[in-house]
Structure formats: C-alpha cells, structure tokens
Design a protein around this ligand. Structure first.
Ligand code: M6R
Length: 363
C-alpha cells in the first residue's frame, strides 16, 4: 500500500499524458466517438466503494462545470433500484478491477432495459478502469484506462487518484464541447492538473508529521472526518480507508450536515479530522469546527492556508496552495491514505490484506 501511495505522482503523470495532448488547439483527446457524448441530457455514474467516491467527486465537477444533470448510484443498489431511464444518457461504469460483480450487473441491467426502447433511450456506456482487458470491456462500448499499473493492495489508492484524473479530463472535454468554458479557462485547469504530481510529492514529504499523528490516533475506537462541497467525497473516502485498513470505526460527513444530529456523538474520545482547504467551502467547515471544539473533541485540520485558521486545530497538515478548489480532492486524499496506512502498521495489522476483504468482489 505504501509503495502504491508513493507511486501516485508518477502514475498521475502517465495518466494525464495519455489524455492531454500538449496541443493548444485540441488540448484533450479521449479518442471517443462523438455520438457517445453528444447532446447529453443526463449522465449516470455506477460504481462501488472507492470507485464510487471518485464518482461523487466527478458528479460535483460535472454538475458545477458542465451543468449536465448527473446521478450516481452504487452498483449494489442499482441492481434492485435502477436509476430512472432518461433520454440521451451517458452511463459510466467506474471500476478499477473491471470485475466488480455489482457494477457489471448494473451495467447489464441498464443495457437490457434500454434495448427495448427508442433511439433516444439507447444505452451509451463507457467504462473507466485500470484493467482494459477485464470483463467490463465486454460489456461497454468504450473504455478509458486509468494507467495506474497493477494495484496489489486491497485498499485502493493510486487507482483512485488516476480515476479522478480520467474523470476530470472527460468533464473538461464535455465542458468544451458544450461551450461552457473558454480556451483560457481550459488552459488554467490543465496547468493546475499538470502541477498535481509535484504537489502530491510535496505532501508525501510530510510523512513524518503524518506518522506522529498516527501515533496519537492509534488507540482511538472511532473517528469522524468532515469535508464540504467537492471534499465531502474525500471525507467518505478517508473514512473508508481508515475502516478497511485500521478497523477503526470511521465516518465521513458533509461538515454542514454534521451539525444536524451526528455532532451529538462527539466526546473527548472521538477525534475529528476536518478537510478545510482554501476555497468557497472552507468557511462552512471552519464554522462546524468551532462548534465541534465545544464538545472537547480533538480536531485535526487538513488545510492549505494555515494563516486562515490560527488556533483552530490541535494539529494541522498543511497542503501546497490550492489554485482551484475543485481540484483539491487529488491533494486532500493523500494525507488520509498515509494516515490510514500508518495507523494500521502501528496496530500491527496486515495493511495489504485486510480481514474479510478481497481486491475485487466478483460474486
Ligand atoms: O474494482 P472496483 O473499483 O470496482 O472495486 C470497488 C470496491 O470494492 C473497492 O473500491 C473497495 O471499496 C476498495 N477495497 C476500497 O479501498
């Protein structure tokens, strides 16, 4: 797991190089036929676990930037409660292994239901996977590989950040085609994306501080992670990493929503991690942190501008400056992956093979 966490700068570079051309006239090339994603009325995302969290980040991007109504459903829920059929819908299955049974079943159901309907309802299915020769490829018409290289650790890390990279390129391509961003804005996004490998490498250099934090949290039985906006998905992902590698009961919440009931859970024994990079969601997170402090809970911040949060956190991990809040999930997830890894190691657990889990849930 640690090796794969450290590979992220390199695999992200490889993944971005596969889709960003360096040509100013056509900066993104996904090699997809235009019929697949022309005139879309809706986008449906289907995925499980960590892949679903990548989907949640993408849902935020797609709705906020392209304006295309985007729904997401876990493969396991889609099987008994499929998303209502809409016209001109791009359905994207996200699965690093390409073998997750629930995601494959959901895509099959979608294909079958639509095959009986008229042209505008026909399935347009796209797969995002790290295994382009997997069962997923037999089910969908088009695949976008994530180019992360083999991931052995059961806890997904580098496949998550590369899924985000592919989804971001797809979102930008759609935004250009729909005319909702201009060339200069696109170039800004691309510049920020290309800075990510270097920024992630700088976060990895803070491993010592993250290890110290792991030492403080190693005996906790519970942990709460808060995020807002695009980082709500990272709160969920951080909590999943903690659960599956350390067996600590961890939950991720939207910071604002946390005040509507769950805050009652807190006492001095439950540490809270607040994801609060600079940007439009930061104020809401800090507001919740102020209320959380009254419970006596220890609050750890993941911030990018330490000066905006003087004395608010007992401990702080400081990320590089965030040029675009929407891109911050690539960075905010890294300390949470490392934290989960180090707590698991301190607890003497086999971090690569957590109990009761396999790399892909194929039945
Ligand atoms: O291969 P997939 O991306 O379809 O797998 C989905 C989930 O089973 C997977 O992400 C699981 O949640 C991981 N162990 C998370 O680290």
């Amino acid at each position: 797991m640690l090796k794969e966490i450290y590979q992220q700068p390199e695999v992200l570079r490889t993944c971005l190089a596969a889709y960003l051309t360096g040509n100013r006239d056509v900066p993104i090339n996904l090699n997809l036929p235009i019929e697949l994603y022309n005139d879309l009325d809706q986008i449906h995302l289907i995925a499980c676990g960590t892949s679903r969290h990548a989907g949640l980040v993408a849902q935020h991007w797609l709705e906020q930037i392209t304006g295309i109504p985007t729904r997401i459903r876990s493969g396991s829920e889609f099987v008994s409660a499929p998303l209502p059929i809409a016209t001109n819908t791009l359905t994207i299955g996200i699965t690093q292994s390409g073998e997750t049974a629930d995601t494959l079943k959901a895509l099959t159901i979608n294909q079958t239901r639509r095959s009986e309907l008229g042209d505008r309802f026909q399935a347009r299915q796209l797969g995002i996977t790290n295994q382009p020769n997997s069962s997923l490829a037999q089910l969908v018409d088009h695949i976008l590989p994530t180019w992360a290289g083999t991931e052995i650790g059961v806890a997904a890390t580098k496949t998550f950040t590369t899924q985000l990279a592919v989804l971001c390129c797809l979102m930008l391509d759609l935004a250009v085609r729909r005319g909702v961003i201009v060339s200069a804005q696109l170039q800004q996004w691309i510049t920020v994306l290309q800075q990510l490998p270097e920024q992630i490498a700088r976060i990895l250099e803070q491993e010592g501080a993250i290890k110290d934090l792991a030492q403080q949290l190693v005996n906790s039985s519970h942990c709460i992670i808060l995020g807002q906006g695009v980082n709500r998905a990272i709160a969920l992902e951080g909590a999943l990493k903690l659960k599956e590698t350390t067996y600590i009961h961890a939950e991720g919440y939207a910071a604002g929503e946390f005040l509507h009931g769950p805050i009652a859970l807190l006492d001095q024994q439950i540490p809270v991690i607040a994801i609060a990079p600079e940007g439009s969601s930061q104020a809401a997170v800090l507001e919740t942190v102020r209320k959380v402090q009254m419970s006596g809970a220890k609050v750890i911040g993941i911030v990018s501008n330490r000066e905006a949060t003087p004395d608010l956190f007992e401990d702080c991990l400081v990320l590089p400056a965030i040029a675009n809040e929407l891109i911050s999930p690539f960075l905010t997830v890294i300390p949470l992956q490392l934290l989960a890894y180090h707590i698991a190691v301190l607890r003497g657990l086999d971090v690569d093979r957590p109990r009761n889990l396999t790399k892909a849930i194929t039945v």
